[in-house]
Design a protein around this ligand. Structure first.
Ligand SMILES: Nc1ncnc2c1ncn2[C@@H]1O[C@H](COP(=O)(O)OP(=O)(O)OP(=O)(O)O)[C@@H](O)[C@H]1O
Ligand SMILES: [Mg+2]
Length: 329
């Protein structure tokens, strides 16, 4: 079933936390909410979950108006920033909790819990209590518990934040696979743009209670519409029309447009060659790419090349531009 949010409005006293948010989440869609701290991501998720009232707009799941429906009746799977597991229950009891509430048969519950324990790679930890688990393990239990009830909608608020980089990548693949297999519409909040780019069908980029842009990962990366999105999603060089007119980069195909627009050029679209009129400021090796900052015609540019760069700080290099995208300043 399809979630439809229209002009959702939420204030805390005078403060506008959500400013007329409109968003659709399709039946099998994986949506990531991406945005800086305080932009309203958790507030939006809590409202969808039914844990917080809102002041205006509408929230529908298929033909059902969710505004009138209590959280419990919505049947959503929820994993919050603080995992809110039950401390007096074992791992297995936590995961099976929702099924027990529904009075499912105990052997069916056990089978399901075992499958989920295998999925989160904690088959031996079924009888542990929360205080005997690491933060990352607790997070995985919370995810398993949310999935146990075959939720109509999965709401995840930074579910991977306590995991180390390696397990995090593993778990996100896991979440994505399960989500695909079960076809559950999912909304996941993340700070991590790489996570959003790699997981989402659709990314919703938020800023100060508003939606800046909704699109596929490719849309947001290759065709950001605003300076905020260009800056927030990935690295970028934001070039003003004035600078482009003055510096007139030789290879740049984009011509300046009127005042309010700026050109976003991604670091991999700036290519450096030995000998030229730019000077290398510094070089950082990041593993898969090398990031090179250069000074050229009165500004600083960031370039990235796969593998090692042939330049050291202080070297002179030539600069060639690939494609860019015009964004609203
Ligand atoms: N109960 C509340 N009362 C008053 N203000 C609140 C309340 N809950 C949230 N806010 C404010 O609303 C704004 C949005 O908060 P929210 O928790 O949704 O941000 P977020 O995008 O989830 O941030 P983070 O990435 O840090 O988790 C913040 O400025 C926050 O201070
Ligand atoms: Mg939050």
């Amino acid at each position: 079933m399809h979630l439809s949010i229209r002009r959702l409005y939420k204030t805390f006293d005078e403060f506008v936390a959500l400013d007329r948010i409109s968003l659709d989440v399709g039946e099998h869609e994986f949506v990531c909410l991406l945005g800086p701290s305080g932009c309203g991501k958790t507030t939006l998720l809590r409202i969808i979950a039914g844990l917080m009232p809102f002041d205006g707009g509408s929230l529908m799941l298929g033909e059902t108006d969710l505004a009138a429906m209590p959280a419990r009746a919505r049947g959503f799977g929820i994993v919050f920033q603080s995992y809110s597991l039950f401390p007096n229950m074992t791992v297995a009891e936590n995961i099976g909790y929702g099924l027990k509430i529904r009075q499912e048969a105990s052997d069916a519950i056990q089978t399901r819990v075992e499958a989920l324990l295998a999925m989160i790679k904690m088959p031996q930890l079924a009888d542990r209590y929360l205080h005997q688990l690491s933060g990352g393990q607790q997070q995985r239990v919370a995810i398993a518990r949310a999935l146990a009830v075959d939720p109509a909608l999965l709401l995840l608020d930074e579910p991977l934040s306590a995991l180390d980089a390696r397990v995090r990548v593993e778990m996100r693949t896991e979440i994505r696979d399960v989500q695909r297999r079960l076809g559950i519409p999912t909304i996941m909040v993340t700070h991590d743009q790489e996570e959003a780019l790699s997981l989402a069908d659709t990314i919703v980029c938020m800023n100060q209670g508003r939606i800046e842009q909704i699109g596929t990962p490719q849309d947001l990366y290759l065709r950001p519409r605003t300076r905020f999105v260009a800056d927030f999603v990935g690295q970028s060089n934001i070039l003003s029309a004035e600078w482009i007119a003055e510096a007139s980069p030789a290879h740049l195909e984009e011509r300046p447009t009127e005042g309010v627009h700026e050109l976003c050029v991604r670091p991999e679209e700036i290519r450096l060659s030995p000998g030229g009129d730019a000077q290398v400021i510094d070089v950082s090796f990041l593993g898969n790419v090398t990031r090179v900052r250069v000074a050229w015609r009165g500004r600083e540019l960031v370039a990235e090349t796969p593998g090692l760069a042939d330049f050291a700080a202080g070297a002179t290099v030539g600069v060639a531009f690939g494609r860019g995208a015009w964004v609203r300043a």
